[in-house]
Design a protein around this ligand. Sequence first.
Ligand code: ZN
Ligand code: ZN
Length: 732
Amino acid sequence: METVFSNALLPSRLPLPTQTLKPNLLSSFTSITTTTTTSPTLPQLKQLHAYFLRNALDRSLLLKLALSSSVDYALSVFFSSPTLPTHTHTLLSNQFLKQISRCAAPDKAFLVYAHMRTDGVAVEEFSLPPLLKALARVSAFWEGREVHGFAVRMGLESDAFIQTGLVGFYAACGQISDARMVFDRMRHRDAVAWSVMMDGYSNSGLHDDVLRLFEEMMCSEVEEPDEVILATVLSACSRSRNLDSGKVIHSYISKRNFALDSHLQSALITMYANCGSMDQANRLFDKISPKSLVTSTAMVSGYSKLGKLKAARAIFDQMHEKDLVAWSAMIAGYAESDHPNEALKLFKEMQVSGIRPDQVTMLSVISACAHLGALEQAKWIHIFIDKNGFSDILSVSNALIDMYAKCGSLDGACHVFDNMSRRNVISWTSMITALAMHGNGESALGRFEQMKRVEGVEPNGVTFVGVLYACSHAKLVDKGRQIFASMTKEYNITPKQEHYGCMVDLLGRANLLNEAVKLIETMPFEPNVVVWGSLLGACRVYGNIELGELAARRLLEIDPNHDGAYVLLSNIYAKANRWGDVGEVRKLMKNKGITKERGCSWIELNGEIHEFAMGDQTHSRADDIYQKLDEIARELKSVGYAPNIGSVLVDLEEEEKKEAILLHGEKLAVAFGLLNVGKGSHIQIVKNLRICEDCHSFMKWVSKVFDSEIVVRDRTRFHRYRDGECSCKDFW
Ligand code: ZN
Ligand code: ZN
């Protein structure tokens, strides 16, 4: 570029070009405009301009050159052009419009059009498609309407190219029904027109309409779909998770022997992966090489969504380049399938690789941290969010409230909530649920009132789950009944399963088991596992065998593999010393091949997460931990603790049961905690299942004997043990 514009070639020093020289010069300029990426500077352009004028050279070329450097300069060249014969002027204008429709400032095309109109330059059918294309790029709706009106007045409306331009223009402006109206009026539709209409639907998220239109196209039998159309249709199948249609398109492609270009192949793999058909996706994926970023990411995301994290990770690790979407897909995979620790580790790796996260990644990371209940990590993530400018995003702040609450820091949750510049119903609901989770029922109800009366925010169904949950955990029975009734009466919200579940829980906790059963009987739909599970849980606490058996039976009718139901039922029998029945339940589980979900407890120490399963020997300090646990057990027994073997489901001798129960993960975790922080400290543990009766009383004893505050978050709530008492008042 620089050399072309070196002084030797520049106009002022050039000899006047002769006719023979001119084509050579032109071809060298043409090569400038088509092959180079650098643009002429403004002074260079001015010199060129003068040169072109002096020599009456092709102005279209000059405009093209000017456009690559400065749109405004190109416009000034265009506007100051001396009048040419009408036809030539129109030709020049059309070419300029075409160039401008592709440049960085397509909105200027309308100025060209207006100039043509006022200057009396004929605007004809070839002027309009590039103009419409330019206006579509900037969604200039009113300007486009004016052009449409002009086309009608000039009788150009039935021109297929203009019509296609209008379809694309209206679709780009989000006026999809206007686009369709123009499309329907077209007498001849070529593949491009169909494609533009489908793209319009696709970009508006109307994936079913894409498929319907494709069907129409196939029925019309005038045009055959090309690769572009097939890829659009596949993407619609993919986004609407329509595997059946996707398969039809695949077999169409196979039958027609379409050359599977990489674009089409990628579309097919993405479709199968998004629809969860990973075997098919993998078969195609195996065959392609090189494997593109988009396709690999689709595979990672497809496997992740199915919880097949090993397969996802294998592909992820093989990717040479990874963009934000790929990292996000893998992190979300871990976060959503119970591997929160892996999600956080990967997030840190992503930092190292220099990829900046976006809000989607952050939401996954926050959710992983909430799941882990790791407060140190939570604080670190909060700082990261503040530093990287995510704190103004409402969904991020809402997620932070939930994260702090689940990490045991109600203060942290309140702090985020109080400092939000704006709040929506989700913010309020998160705050109410946070308070409820920590047993602050009254405060939760206070916030609920404030939300409605002071801030005028309408509660939604999820808010009511939080409020009823608050009533339930604080044993506010009357208030709960009243709020439940207000849902339909005041807010026109029909209670769903989860609301009935909360009410059954509320009544059950208050030992109003018969009222709970009556409520279940009046439900307008079949109660689900949550509802029966709530009743079953209450029966365990109050030792009601008859209702417990009923609830367990109903629950197992709906979900025969519900491990929790078997465990609770056997707990009920154990409590009543009906060991024969405990054995029956155990046998039933064994015959059906049902295993109790693997219990797992976490404890965070200096920002690191330590994980303990039952009888876990894998920790690097396992010997110390077991020694400490022995020591604790001895000390507790000396003051009156006796292991409650009713919590053990396995068929063992008495002594072995006592052994087994001592090895529960949360006990190992608390031993590890005491080993590291000693007496008089705060220990926080997260357990993925409901804490068993024995561990519950064990923690109470530990809090007293070792003068510590212990917080255990189990599957349903927080237990805060202090001085031999638990905040749940032994009801969980
Ligand atoms: Zn336990
Ligand atoms: Zn408790």
